[in-house]
Design a protein around this ligand. Sequence first.
Ligand SMILES: Nc1ncnc2c1ncn2[C@@H]1O[C@H](COP(=O)(O)OP(=O)(O)OP(=O)(O)O)[C@@H](O)[C@H]1O
Length: 428
Amino acid sequence: MSLQSFRVDQTLLPRKLRRSIQRNTSFFTQRKFVPHCSTDLSTSCREEVPNYLAVNVLPDQSNTRQGAVRKVLVILNPNSGFRSSRDVFYKKVQSKLKLSGFLMEVVETAYAGHAKILASTVDLSKFPDGIICVGGDGIVNEVLNGLLGRDDFEVAIRLPIGIIPAGSDNSLVWTVLGIKDPVSAAIVLAKGGFTPIDVFAVKWIKAGVTHFGLTASYYGFVADVLELSENFRLHLGPFRYVAAGLLKFLSLPQYRFEVDYLPLSPGTNPELKPLTEKCHEQLSDDDKLRGGIHLDGRIEDSWVTRKGEFLGIFVCNHFCKPARGLLSPVIAPKAQHDDGSLDLILVHGSGRLKLFCFFVAYQLCWHLLLPYVEYVKVKQVKIRPVGNTHNGCGVDGELLRGEGKAEWQCSLLPGQGRLLGRHPGALK
Ligand SMILES: Nc1ncnc2c1ncn2[C@@H]1O[C@H](COP(=O)(O)OP(=O)(O)OP(=O)(O)O)[C@@H](O)[C@H]1O
């Protein structure tokens, strides 16, 4: 749109908005570009943005800083999901974000790990309004870890992360912001605002390596499936999980772990509740409570230990609703992204029958009723694979490989993260 035609248009606008437009127009008629944010932005492209259009497009969105420029870095994974993220972004989303005042520098990732490098090296002052990820949960996880790996991580973690869903699964944005499709995501970003979110840390204790996440970490069967699924990424895209799941189901190994967890509050410690509340016959004799119960009745933080066979262990930061699938199961129904706790689900036992029952029950949201499923809100968890058990773990769709006797520790950084946008319900 030419400047001239803009002048004609703006006469239709109220005087206050016209003034704001004049300010922005003078800024943008200088044809300002967001410069490259780091030397690593090899695939980046520069954009000029007719920002004055913002006021015309979203005039009724009270949360939008109307007329304000929002400078963001967009990191797009062209390999996400069905490899449709380019189409999703350039055809469906880019113009909407431009129109609502986003000044974007778009960078397409060229390899796995690229998003993390970008987030860890970018000049944050050039993108004060955040980083928008176009892809799946994996690319968001890379950005989070890039930000938290910086020397100035305390500042970096306050940078909001926006998500345009275009991946195999976008459980994070679906669960936390209630958004499944890219256009709705663009609208929520355009409306503005933030959603605080707890961040969890998974530390491989021996190696001193820490990986951060926003959704969940998991061990046992699901981590095994995640590893196997990478072999099928190229040919099967999002269906790789189904293929890997079936293969792993048919050749199901036994998984043995030692798990220590610190319940959120002593009152929620299952060991201190009447036995009738939960049936734990399957728990091994080694299960025990460590920690102090004082004579005066005061109960200190008490670690609980579980040992034995587990089909799976899930440590969830939110209730984890998969964005794909016919049904809408949630793995951890009591988990909230900002409740300052982690939700631990232990699927005790082994064997295909138990796993099959768990999977069916999970689809119907009945899995917590199974006698071999334990669910507890925790502050911290330590997980040690025993024997030949797969010693890696999955974090938000990324596989962390352990070596030897790996011990993983999950803990929480409450409310440290920020997602761009608010749940549509929260706006009412
Ligand atoms: N250009 C690239 N080529 C190959 N792999 C990449 C590229 N860019 C990013 N990746 C890797 O792809 C992984 C998955 O990315 P993303 O989450 O966006 O897609 P996805 O297919 O939806 O996967 P997920 O199942 O994790 O949601 C990232 O963790 C990253 O390591």
